[in-house]
Design a protein around this ligand. Sequence first.
Ligand code: MRU
Length: 346
Amino acid sequence: MVKTIAWRENQVVMIDQRKLPMKERYVVCKDYRSVIRAIQDLVIRGAPAIGVAAAMGVALGALKIRASRTDRFRARFDAICREMVAARPTAANLAWAVERMKQVADQTSHRGPEEVKLRLVEEAQKILEEDIAINRAMGRHGHRLLKDGNRVLTHCNAGALATGGYGTALGVVRAAVEAGKRIEVLSDETRPFLQGARLTAWEMKASGIPVTVITDNSAGYFMQNGRVDAVIVGADRSAANGDVANKIGTYMVAVLAKAHKIPFYVAAPMSTIDASIKTGREIPIEQRDEKEVTHLRGGRTVPDGVGAENPAFDMTPHRYVSAIITEKGVLTPPFKPKIRRLFTSA
Ligand code: MRU
């Protein structure tokens, strides 16, 4: 299984997801600003992976703070945290991870800045390890929804590359395969960044799981022709009522799945569920550079003078979601009381 991100000798190393599958290159971040750039430029992407990167990024930032007084250290650390949280707006895991790092700083502040720094570095690595364990737990719960011989459609990349490792949606597929089921993956190519064509296909191939790439606009064709048994996607942020924001195009797939009576599953760790917002309408949707749409491999594909819009995510209302797979178990509708219970019993 590929290593998405690692902490090495006070540096953050990540596989460069812009270059896959053509080149396997690594980016080394030596300061927190280079981590922010890596998140913005999609060197690292996928909500849980962004969370891990953010935690490591603020730990890197803390290490470089020269302040012996706790209040000065804390003021600088809080400023770094604010910058980090603003890197990308949609993935809930970003703010979740930074908040967790701030809590560690709160709890250890009486021991002085040097001790806080050590604890922050430990915590960032703990978030990474926990994320992998959480994904495996989601896999254990979620694979029961899949049967031997199922063909699973997925959108974007919610695999090892989008997480600390193993994956959320693709983690469920991995767990089904590990349980002896034969599963085939249909991967939407996922315009414009091609996470499905480049990343899902790359990591499924590397794991020996049969995968076929389809264009985003052919999902309906495959459903209509009986070639999809289930859809599994990841999530960037879910609301308290079960509405889900995920990669642009997910909503279309969910509506199509409902029209064809195909189950539509969302694999989302609790760190992705934002119980503070009532519905998905409150989820901020990132608007990315129009160049990602108007250009392909550096060349323009849209006539000069014509612009493009590039929302990076869309919101799928909970009525299209058959189940949400979490590390605590599989939630079925109605989601609202079950999500509330999940957080009150946590
Ligand atoms: O823009 P990206 O590549 O960060 O978007 C990623 C997705 O939409 C994923 O499906 C989501 O983060 C879930 S990853 C387990």
